[in-house]
Design a protein around this ligand. Sequence first.
Ligand SMILES: [Zn+2]
Length: 286
Amino acid sequence: MTIGRIVMYVFAAMLAGVTIGLLKSWPAPAPPQHQDVAQPQVPPVVASISVRTSPPSSTPPPSSSAAVAAQAARRPGPELPPGEPVRSQGEGWWRTVAGTTAQVGAGRVRTYSVEVEQGVVPPQAQQPFAAAVDQVLADPRGWIASGDVAFRRVDVAQPDVRIRLTATETARATCGFALPYDTSCYLNGVVYVSAPRWFRGAESFAGDLAGYRKYLINHEIGHFLGHGHEPCPANGAPAPVMMQQTFSVSNDELAAITATAPQGLRIPRDGKTCVANPWPHPEVAR
Ligand SMILES: [Zn+2]
């Protein structure tokens, strides 16, 4: 055997080794099928929205003793009422519900669109949602009562405000985790309607789901119009639509619930409790 042949054998053996190595590493190992399920994945949201990255609903309720005390007093609380399960995660994008309306009200016109996050509710639930929004904004007890505000729904045109039925996780990722309760919110020209609240309401409305839905839309559109939160002004009075009635119609309870996360005002602990009210202008007769 010549030295040249030995070199050739060694070279061939090396080549075979490299080939086997390559075959071992190809194809690349498949990634795990599921991400860590312990960390719920927050669906992506549209780019124009700032997303807080604090952890999702792992935040515990304010304190178990507070919850026990609230239950003992048998007062309506800030928790979501029992009912049909509603999907907590959506796809993070919204489809505009087709349809337009004539102008309602005589003031400056604000256009709105009604949109539904995909993956949250079935298609047949979308038109009823839009119809309910239209009805609330057209009501004579609504914001149009002032004479300064008018609304018109658009679908193709760019709206002034978008009203979006939204999954819990998307709404919370968008609006923050300051309060450990399901709630709707308004941010940068968009009303995020919490889907579980839309379908299950709030205890303060004592089973009046239709009334709660009217409140929800009026309250968040109130933010769009520039209104901040308000406390209950007098015992037994209709709660201002800008009171956070989702949590409570009692100033003391609202002050306790929002103590660690003030909501734009200091609620006086004055013992005043209002009656749930969905309208900005309840004094207007229908
Ligand atoms: Zn609010």
